[in-house]
Design a protein around this ligand. Structure first.
Ligand SMILES: *Cc1c(COP(=O)(O)O)cnc(C)c1O
Length: 477
């Protein structure tokens, strides 16, 4: 594995291309650029042939692990395949060449697309209105919490507590704290759901909202959801839906109908936008009733003579400048339009079927902490394997890398010891899922803590000190 940097591969005097001599009259740089702005020394660029450059970058790209090359069952992340036609649509010059400062009258098509996406997402989530402003799920959470804070202030109420279950995604308490709320964490019940008694014990006039993922992070649908929403509403509080797991429910059940007041959705998870490389993403927020007035603006509104940008009445204002992630919206729109109502419903059905197929095949060799039918993902535990053979969840994950698979999410959610969280998504074939299951079974059966001590072997990056790797990453190797 040649991991020299392009600078280490450089040879003085080597050139990539040889353009023909220029037939323009020579102009001294100093005639155009003030002398003080000119650099003294030549830039230290690597010197290589075109072929060397090509091999270097193609080689780097092949070290990349992606959904396009292999199975990526990273739980909670919905690493599904993104149909290429969405990319094609998003690359049309009518979209890519838009100027963010164009007047509404010049970008009616783009506004129509955003309007239809707002409508579609509102329909799928059971909300009245949707804003497309937030850039990701976490950004959507904090945006919604700002709106919730403003809503209670407008009503003259001082509610400063946000309740989160201990199975919640780390962004939930983080967003609540960032928005200035006090976070109260409640334990999960023995069956992995919200503990109703613990919830009741914390309800009162100071509670602003409960943040909940449903299906939750262990992949279970909370069967008490109507009761939970009723309890919150009874004390005048709201219920926020973390929609990162919407891939389990599209077209089948709507958070709005369950009683949730606000939601965010991750377009880059559920609605088929590539992610994992750092963005851009999109985390639209939906709201019902009085909360609609507080959404960030502008949102797209349809008037008699066209689409316009308009701020909701008591809007908390912008949460981003311009429309940098507009092309993500185009992909999500194309995806929803291509599938239609029955299509998205089937995508969710297949995602749930795939997860349950894998769960049933793996639940003997690995422990299944909550013995129930799961939704689009499931959580196993390596705690028995750890006791019997010294195989930790981390060892199993590294052993999977050696076998050509991306690891599942590990050590999350925190309520499961030695957690392995698997989300196959609807886009994988039975053969791929079987191959992954066989690899998992083989690891459980034939490996041990000792044999896996140095795993993954033979990859560009082998076993790391995880703490050092996170704190002091060496990115050039
Ligand atoms: C991914 C995820 C988030 C955060 O979404 P980002 O788009 O990564 O900011 C929040 N909650 C859950 C359950 C998630 O899986």
């Amino acid at each position: 594995m040649n991991s020299k940097t392009i600078f280490e591969k450089s040879h003085p005097g080597r050139v990539g291309t040889m353009p023909p001599p220029s037939d323009c009259p020579a102009v001294q740089a100093c005639e155009v650029i003030p002398a003080a702005r000119l650099r003294g020394a030549k830039p230290e660029l690597p010197e290589l042939t075109e072929l060397e450059v090509m091999r270097h970058f193609v080689g780097l790209s092949q070290k990349n692990y992606s959904v396009d090359t292999q199975f990526y069952p990273l739980g909670s992340c919905t690493m599904k395949y993104n149909p290429r036609v969405n990319e094609l649509v998003a690359s049309l010059p009518g979209f890519t060449d838009l100027h963010p400062l164009s007047g509404c009258q010049h970008v009616q098509g783009a506004l129509q697309l955003m309007y239809e996406l707002q409508k579609g997402l509102a329909e799928i989530t059971g909300m009245e209105a949707v804003t497309l402003q937030p850039s990701a799920g976490a950004h959507g959470e904090v945006t919604a919490l700002f709106a919730i804070e403003r809503y209670f202030k407008a009503n003259g109420e001082n509610r400063h507590i946000i309740i989160v279950p201990d199975s919640s995604h780390g962004t939930n308490p983080a967003s609540a704290a960032l928005a200035g709320f006090e976070v109260v964490t409640i334990p999960s019940s023995a069956d992995g759901l919200v503990d109703l008694e613990a919830l009741k014990a914390h309800l009162g006039p100071e509670v602003a909202a409960l943040m909940l993922t449903n299906p939750n992070t262990v992949g279970l649908f909370d069967v008490h959801i109507s009761e939970i929403c009723r309890l919150l509403h009874e004390v005048g509080a709201l219920v926020y839906y973390d929609g990162a797991n919407m891939n389990a429910l599209m077209g089948l059940a709507r958070p709005g109908d369950m009683g949730f007041d606000m939601v965010h959705i991750n377009l880059h998870k559920t609605f088929s936008t590539p992610h994992g490389g750092g963005g851009p993403g999109s985390g639209p927020v939906g709201a019902k009733g009085e909360l609609v007035k507080f959404l960030p603006g502008p949102t797209v509104v349809k008037h008699e003579n066209g689409y316009v940008l308009q701020k909701p009445e008591h809007s908390i204002g912008r949460v981003r400048m311009f429309w940098g992630n507009f092309l993500v919206m185009v992909k999500a729109w194309a995806y929803i339009r291509a599938l239609g109502a029955e299509g998205v419903r089937n995508a969710s059905r297949l995602a749930v079927l795939a997860a349950n197929y894998m769960r049933v095949r793996l639940q003997e060799a690995y422990e299944l902490p909550f013995k129930r039918v799961c939704m689009h993902e499931f959580v196993l535990s390596a705690s028995k394997l750890k006791k019997e053979k010294g195989i930790h969840a981390l060892d199993a994950a590294k052993a999977l890398l050696e076998r050509g698979f991306h690891a599942p999410t590990i050590y999350f959610p925190l309520i499961v010891e030695e957690a392995l969280m698997i989300e196959p998504t609807e886009t994988e074939s039975k053969e791929t899922m079987d191959a992954f299951v066989e690899a998992m079974l083989e690891i459980a059966e034939h490996e041990s803590g000792e044999t896996l001590h140095a795993a993954p072997r033979g990859l560009p990056v082998t076993r790391l000190d995880e703490t050092q790797a996170a704190r002091k990453p060496v990115l050039k190797q």
